[in-house]
Design a protein around this ligand. Structure first.
Ligand code: ATP
Length: 306
């Protein structure tokens, strides 16, 4: 009896998860990304009164037991403030955002939202409280309007247009022959990386979550696109607790707090100016980024003069 009841239960579980997953691509990603051991406690209640304060308390984490990734991370972000996490590739920046989302449970310490341990509340309420603008946005094979409205299915046309305006994608859309009814995705219009990201920003503006995670694009965008995206991001992060995973440094200058992560530990923290003053790791990363940006500008200018 045991032997047959376990697989049947499992199939039932899969069926329910997949059925929900198809109705909601975010939970489909959850299904793919969340290891099976992440489960709600039997008595888990939703997050209460979400203001959006974040706290990491001596967080330790490893994917594989013999290789610690985060080695005691402590920081606090008051509701509505912003934090940027910078540091060399592989330092553990994206891992921090995954723990906030509770894609994984910490190996030690705790992650709290408004003083509530994310392990004690429902995963659904945590995911609802957090909006994520990823590096690579996946669009549905549907209209632009559908893709934006996905952030809040009951939004009116007017609200969709307002979100597009705030995300700096409205002019682009209105210049398309079919406007908001243009089909995008595999079979429709192919959008550039920057355009897709702005659709994701508009979607997040509609969702209006108290907490925002921005995973900045690794690849260099041209200066104009970067400026447009930056101003769209400034709009969406206004009055929201914002965690920026910064792969480049250009977006972190205005963060309320910057954390420099090195090999799973916080090497430095402060504002942009405080960190430049310290003349440490951040200052040298900044100098290197400046040199790279200037070299790129010179190349571009030379090309334009040809
Ligand atoms: P980057 O700037 O290159 O994106 P990062 O600072 O965001 O890097 P993370 O993605 O947090 O780095 O990865 C930290 C370390 O954890 C890396 O060494 C990576 O190889 C490892 N890692 C990430 N995801 C997994 C996983 N699912 N299983 C095992 N190891 C992982």
């Amino acid at each position: 009896l045991m032997q047959i009841s376990i697989p049947l239960n499992f199939i039932g579980f899969l069926y329910r998860e997949i059925r929900q997953g198809l109705a909601d691509i975010e939970s489909m990603f959850d299904l793919l990304l969340v290891p099976a051991e992440i489960k709600d406690k039997p008595d888990a209640a939703p997050l209460k009164a979400v203001e959006g304060a974040i706290r990491f308390k001596d967080v330790r984490f490893h994917y594989d037991a013999d290789r610690p990734i985060l080695k005691g991370i402590d920081f606090e972000v008051p509701a509505g403030k912003s934090i940027a996490i910078v540091g060399p590739s592989g330092a553990g920046k994206s891992t921090i955002s995954r723990l906030l989302f509770r894609f994984y449970d910490v190996s030690g310490g705790a992650v709290e939202i408004d003083g509530q341990d994310v392990r004690d509340v429902t995963q659904e309420s945590v995911r609802l409280a957090i909006g994520m603008v990823p590096q690579d946005t996946v669009l549905f094979n549907d209209t632009i309007a559908y893709n934006i409205r996905y952030g809040r299915p009951d939004a009116t046309d007017e609200e969709v247009r307002e979100a597009a305006r705030m995300a700096q994608i409205q002019d682009f859309i209105e210049n398309l022959p079919q406007g908001y009814q243009s089909e995008v995705g595999e079979r429709g219009l192919k959008l550039s990386g920057g355009e897709k990201q702005r659709v994701a920003i508009a979607r997040t503006i509609l969702k209006a979550p108290p907490i925002l995670i921005l995973d900045e694009a690794t690849s260099a965008l041209d200066t104009h696109t970067e400026r447009e995206i930056q101003s769209a991001l400034d709009q969406v992060s206004k009055n929201r607790t914002t965690l920026v995973i910064a792969h480049r440094l250009s977006t972190v200058v205005n963060a309320d707090q910057i954390i420099v992560l090195e090999a799973g530990q916080i090497a430095e923290r402060g504002t942009h100016l405080e960190l430049l003053d310290k003349n440490g790791l951040y200052a040298s990363m900044w100098a290197r980024q400046r040199e790279a940006d200037e070299a790129e500008e010179r190349l571009r200018a030379a090309r334009e003069n040809d």
